[in-house]
Ligand binder design. Sequence first.
Ligand SMILES: [Zn+2]
Length: 434
Amino acid sequence: MRYELHKMPHQEIFFNQEIETTSQDELISRQNEKLKEKVRYVFENNAYMRDLYTKAGVDVNDFRGIEDMDKLPVIAKANFRETYPLGLCCVPKDDIREMHMSSGSTGTPVVMPYTDADLEQWAECMARCLRMSGAQPGDPMQIMPSFGLFNGGFGMYHGARKAGLFVIPTGSGNTERQIRLARDFNTKVFGAVISYTSRLIEVLDKMNIELPSLKIGIFGAETVTEAMTEKVSNRLGIEVFNIYGMTETGGVGTLGMDCQDRSGIHVWEDHYYLEVVDPVTREQLPDGEVGELIVTSLTRQALPVIRFKTGDLTRILSREKCACGRTHLKIDRISGRTDDMLIVRGVNFFPSQVEQALLEIPGVHSDYQIIMEERHGVNDVHILVEAEEGVTGFTVEKHLKQRLGFSPHGDVLPIGTLPRVDGKAVRVIYKKLD
Ligand SMILES: [Zn+2]
């Protein structure tokens, strides 16, 4: 019997139209319900979280959802490391079907276990992202992140299967073969880490091959800048999408991606609740202000994070219905990491806050350095700044004290004194004095 080709009558732009376009009111009411359920769930199913909540005086029976979020303690990577390997898991080991892991810089890994339902949830979130990019059932998708403990390869795989794509699971490396396969199978969609595209472009040029069937590039795991997006998009003739998700939230694509309207990253609010907080005071920030993103998983089973400090700096751009039809809120691309934060005598601040405060002083120029001096374990900070005549160290000290809450030493220098660099300016210098 001849196999009848399945023809799509029109472009499918949603994977789950009903939920992707449901009202904000409906999303919020779901979130409240799920938050109450999950907070009680982790309390009942995980000894570490039960202990954490008990010590913080949280009564899970009294917890009312969104309005009570700031009563819950946050968790961070450190809590994962402290409880390695499965101390944050809420299900018996028999129910785990897969795991992924990231190691980071400190060595002790962060482990994320998945039940069957979690794998379904991951696939659903990822499939929504793929459809949002324009990928249609049957489209060949080449998956270039590695298949292994890193979540990138398998995450894209689970989602591509769910979205009905033709999976070409190349994994990472062997760029010449990647290119030949993309040509031979008319790859339309590919997923990768964006830094890999430099290599891809280099080898494409060397092999003198064009890939006209390539239309969509989905990039995750690294901060993707506007400049890089433009470069890759122009050279490869593709649309570039910025996919978001991390080991702790369940992997690539779990949080969301930007849509074709290019007005921010939609976050799947039926699966995650977001807060943007001041990284210093932990106070919730209004929409539009940049702060640290805190994520709560509403639907995961094996290890739902409640108030996970992502370390990512971003802001909520819009909760209005998007031109694409989706109602799920949009955040800005990630602008940095809280790891850049400096601590002086118990006060936390970012170099960018110093810069902002300095530029508020009339006569102060934009060249400055922050010298972090450590003497017998105590940090002291000197701010070197170029300014016009008349600006004194005292003026600088007084203003920074007022704006940042600690007293640095202000040293005012004549214009042109500080070293000029071609690349990225070195703003923070560490000195150990004992
Ligand atoms: Zn949209």
